[in-house]
Design a protein around this ligand. Structure first.
Ligand SMILES: *[C@@H]1O[C@H](CO)[C@@H](O)[C@H](O)[C@H]1NC(C)=O
Ligand SMILES: *[C@@H]1O[C@H](CO)[C@@H](O)[C@H](O)[C@H]1NC(C)=O
Ligand SMILES: *[C@@H]1O[C@H](CO)[C@@H](O)[C@H](O)[C@H]1NC(C)=O
Ligand SMILES: *[C@@H]1O[C@H](CO)[C@@H](O)[C@H](O)[C@H]1NC(C)=O
Ligand SMILES: *[C@@H]1O[C@H](CO)[C@@H](O)[C@H](O)[C@H]1NC(C)=O
Ligand SMILES: *[C@@H]1O[C@H](CO)[C@@H](O)[C@H](O)[C@H]1NC(C)=O
Ligand SMILES: *[C@@H]1O[C@H](CO)[C@@H](O)[C@H](O)[C@H]1NC(C)=O
Ligand SMILES: *[C@@H]1O[C@H](CO)[C@@H](O)[C@H](O)[C@H]1NC(C)=O
Ligand SMILES: *[C@@H]1O[C@H](CO)[C@@H](O)[C@H](O)[C@H]1NC(C)=O
Ligand SMILES: *[C@@H]1O[C@H](CO)[C@@H](O)[C@H](O)[C@H]1NC(C)=O
Length: 792
């Protein structure tokens, strides 16, 4: 009996010790200089005074991460969340100088510091970890939200919540929620670049007048669990739909904590933690089902909502295989043999079929959209070698290339039907799969054949001829009403910021000596050099041809819009002449000619540094046209011939805005425009609606030309692969042999690789996967990582 008791005591001993240890850990939350935390020995955390929140090391995989957690294991904040976890021999020191430093064997990392002298730190009961100087809070973790906002914390304008990878891995995951500078709270997938079309949830401003100054807008959480958006004029709008519960459940408020988290599945949820009976409930959820979060399932797979739950299941399309069977949301790849190129000589051993799936809806951007009957839709895809899937909804057949994105299966949706194409080897028949990301192509085509194919695909090699594509002229955002105002105002030059001069025809005739010195022959009309008598200023005079029969007022309004677009990377419009059928534009003169002259005609290659600068200049100019100027403009004809270079080697875009009124065929906001083959985005060849992504495509082709100093189409090359530049660059990229592109030039490999990746991304067939011009600028500057998933 004694023996038994003794054994029992021995067994109990560790339990008693650990209880004491836990007690010892409950220090007051005033953390003094010189304190140290360890991953797996005490103290390993600093608790808040109630003990609900803890700051310290938490377990991540085999290692440890620094963060703040609630209760047992709900991590609400992490320091440097994307750093690899540290080993158990690391430690964290709140130094005598008042810095919070994480030491590992190899190095140190500052977690928190302040320019002011720090005297103490504290883990507050709100979940906020703060550093104090004598009088104030000088650093707080709540200024750097990760995936969660807590009571009292603010997600301010321009900041994001980024979801975690999973419940146990709190590194940056697949979705983000942005408190945008325009006042809207919007959720996006991270993998597919920041695009308005990719957003899947938004708490929009009710009206533009809702707030005084949207830049001071923020989203916060009240102690009663109300998620709200606030702004400078004090208006509050509740994001969640909780009723006023203040007085009914006032019993144990002290034991209740709310948090709002962008969960790993992309859904923004409000949670209630109750500590009286340690329960955790979802109080509000922005979406009901995971399939509603765009991009929840990766490329080439579709999402199916499980009955009566919020879970979405990801399934590969027929013929496709999971990239990672353990993580099905990562997407799928083609599990069948296929021809890489789409040419005239189809491999005779390959056959194709389509599988129809009811209720399945493809997302993303089709390359073609045509009305037809259902059976024809599948057949049309079968016969089109660029098509890999087709969606049939209400009499319209939309064809898609790979990768397929944002697809969902909704059994209640009777209207949608999808056709998925696959190819198989007739001589092998048995569905034989190939390893990821293997590709097979037919490399034995004769040179003649290739040229023929290219000619068919791209139009004439010898002459760059123009085609007509539909162009919707750029009224994204609220610019339409501004445009309307301009139309109503026939007077120009009333605004001090821009004064366009109106020239008489005789004046310009004199300046150009009867249009004697032609600088360039352009698609919109010829450009002449001239000297204005007043001020002796050299100008470039563009005499528009084949102009639409448009009203004077409209032309003037258009000129005003173009004149307002002022940026260092845009050619500056000085004035215009409108007399009878003559429409003439007067621009500043650019002494160094066009980018085409510099790249293609000059004996010496411009330096790599200059080329990088020109590329950045141009992207900045296009970004301005797309986003920053009053009436946004899609250029529609970006090519080296339209980029001019001034005497200080700054690249400037010309001919912007003219595309709009050159062709008379107007249908609402859709206009027809001339674009140049070779630079024309593939979706336009199928007369899809144009978007700013068409300019991104043209820019991408031009970027490759800038990198390689050659035209996108060149038959005077040593191998057939090199004829069409995008194909060749892609080949060199896949083969990891970029040096080939620049010959014997000495070029920093990193910057070359960056330029090439950006260029290839811009010319992606799928406009959704092309970056926005804003992101192009960031990527070229090196401030944004380049997602290259789409490049293979
Ligand atoms: C923390 O403790 C130090 C020393 O005991 C004291 O001087 C300081 O005022 C305390 N700070 C807070 C915020 O309580
Ligand atoms: C403490 O920090 C605040 C800024 O947050 C600063 O204005 C103040 O002067 C600092 N006080 C001391 C004693 O350093
Ligand atoms: C909302 O903003 C106004 C003005 O900035 C401010 O006075 C008010 O306290 C804010 N409300 C909350 C809950 O922060
Ligand atoms: C909450 O209560 C306030 C007044 O106490 C009221 O103005 C508001 O409309 C209520 N909100 C809801 C969602 O019932
Ligand atoms: C809640 O109760 C307090 C006092 O008990 C009262 O003044 C207040 O109006 C109540 N609020 C609501 C929304 O009923
Ligand atoms: C905890 O208590 C709340 C109310 O106080 C109740 O709604 C909830 O169901 C309880 N949860 C558990 C797990 O007991
Ligand atoms: C949300 O929280 C309030 C207050 O605690 C509670 O009354 C309400 O039932 C909760 N709603 C849900 C859906 O859990
Ligand atoms: C889901 O619900 C639909 C109709 O509500 C039913 O036809 C189907 O069998 C259900 N599926 C499962 C897996 O329960
Ligand atoms: C298409 O071909 C593949 C490979 O042979 C086969 O597995 C699949 O069943 C076929 N689909 C249809 C609809 O015939
Ligand atoms: C199809 O199979 C035959 C015989 O195995 C092989 O020679 C041929 O290359 C295959 N075709 C493709 C496109 O893989």
């Amino acid at each position: 009996m004694v023996n038994l008791t003794f054994t029992f005591m021995l067994l109990m001993l560790p339990v008693v010790f650990s209880a004491i240890e836990v007690g010892a850990q409950q220090q007051p939350s005033n953390i003094t200089l010189g304190s140290i935390l360890y991953p797996n020995r005490n103290p390993s955390s600093w608790p808040s005074s109630s003990g609900l929140f803890l700051f310290g090391f938490y377990q991540k995989g085999d290692g440890f991460q620094v963060g703040i957690w609630l209760g047992e294991k709900t991590v609400v904040w992490s320091a440097n969340r994307d750093d690899p976890p540290v080993h158990s021999d690391a430690y964290m020191e709140f130094t005598k100088e008042g810095k919070l430093i994480l030491w590992t064997k190899q190095n140190m990392k500052v977690i928190a510091e302040s320019p002011h002298p720090v005297t103490s730190a504290s883990m507050l009961d709100s979940g906020n970890f703060v550093l104090y100087n004598k009088t104030n809070v000088v650093w707080e973790s709540s200024d750097y939200p990760t995936d969660t906002i807590l009571i009292g914390q603010r997600l301010t304008s321009g900041h994001n919540l980024v979801s975690s990878v999973s419940e146990v891995d709190h590194s940056s995951g697949r979705f983000y929620l942005s408190m945008q500078a325009d006042g809207n709270l919007v959720a996006y997938p991270t993998n597919y670049l920041n695009r308005p079309e990719a957003s899947y949830w938004a708490f929009m401003l009710q009206s533009r007048g809702e707030f005084g100054d949207v830049r001071s807008v923020f989203v916060g959480l009240t102690p009663r669990g109300q998620l709200f958006r606030n702004a400078s004029n004090g208006f509050r709008f509740q994001v969640n739909t909780i009723a006023n519960s203040s007085n009914q459940s006032s019993t144990n408020r002290a034991g209740v904590i709310y948090r709002a988290t962008l969960d790993p599945d992309g859904i923004f949820r409000l949670y209630t933690h109750r500590f009286d009976n340690s329960s955790l409930e979802i109080n509000w959820s922005a979406l009901q089902n995971q399939c509603q979060a765009r991009g929840f399932c990766g490329v080439n797979s579709y999402c199916t909502a499980r009955n009566g739950s919020s879970i979405g299941d990801c399934s590969c399309f027929p013929g496709f295989l999971y990239v990672n069977r353990a993580m099905k949301f990562q997407g799928c790849y083609r599990g069948f043999v296929y021809e890489e190129s789409c040419g005239s000589s189809r491999d005779s051993t390959l056959a194709y079929n389509v599988t129809a799936i009811q209720h399945l809806k493809l997302g993303g951007y089709p390359f073609s959209q045509v009305s037809m009957v259902e059976q024809d839709c599948g057949n049309s895809c079968l016969e089109d070698c660029t098509c890999w899937a087709a969606l049939y909804v209400n009499g319209v057949c939309s064809k898609f290339k790979l990768p397929l994105i944002y697809s969902t299966l909704d059994p209640t949706d009777e209207s949608a039907k999808t056709f998925i194409k696959q190819s198989y080897n007739i001589s092998q028949m048995a569905g034989h799969s190939i390893p990821y990301p293997g590709k097979r192509g037919n490399r034995n085509k004769s040179r003649k054949e290739i040229i023929l194919i290219l000619s068919l695909a791209l139009g004439s090699v010898a002459f760059l001829f123009t085609v007509v594509a539909i162009c919707s002229y750029a009224f994204y955002r609220n610019s339409a009403d501004q445009y309307q105002k301009l139309l109503e105002n026939p007077y120009l030059g009333t605004n001090e910021e821009f004064t366009l001069r109106s020239f008489s025809f005789s004046e310009l005739e004199k300046a150009t000596e009867h249009f004697k010195y032609e600088i360039r022959h352009g698609s919109f009309g010829n450009l002449y050099k001239g000297i204005l008598s007043e001020g002796n200023r050299t100008v470039a005079v563009k005499r528009l041809e084949k102009i639409g029969d448009e009203g004077e007022r409209e032309f003037k309004a258009e000129m005003t819009a173009i004149g307002q677009a002022r940026h260092k990377n845009l050619v500056h419009l000085l004035g215009f002449c409108l007399e009878g059928s003559e429409k003439i534009l007067v621009y500043e003169y650019m002494s160094n000619g066009s980018l085409a002259d510099i790249l293609f005609s000059s004996e010496i290659r411009p330096s790599w540094e200059l080329r990088m600068k020109l590329a950045l200049d141009i992207s900045t100019g296009i970004l301005y046209l797309h986003e920053k100027c009053e009436t946004c403009i899609i250029h529609c004809n970006i090519k080296p011939h339209n980029i001019l270079v001034d005497d200080s080697w700054t690249a400037k875009i010309s001919d912007f805005g003219i595309a709009k009124f050159l062709v008379p065929d107007q249908v609402g906001n859709q206009l027809q425009v001339k674009a140049t083959r070779g630079y024309l985005a593939p979706e336009l060849q199928n007369s899809a609606l144009i978007s700013d992504k068409a300019d991104v495509y043209s820019y991408g082709v031009m970027l490759l030309e800038i990198i390689c100093c050659r035209s996108n189409m060149d038959v005077n090359v040593s191998t057939e692969d090199e004829i069409y530049l995008p194909t060749w660059v892609h080949k060199c990229f896949v083969e990891n042999d970029l040096k080939k592109l620049v010959g014997d030039e000495e070029i920093d490999v990193k910057s070359l690789e960056r330029m090439v990746k950006v260029g290839l991304l811009c010319i992606h067939d799928n406009p959704d996967l092309r970056p926005s011009m804003r992101n192009v600028v960031l990527m070229l500057e090196g401030t944004m990582d380049i997602p290259f998933l789409a490049l293979y």
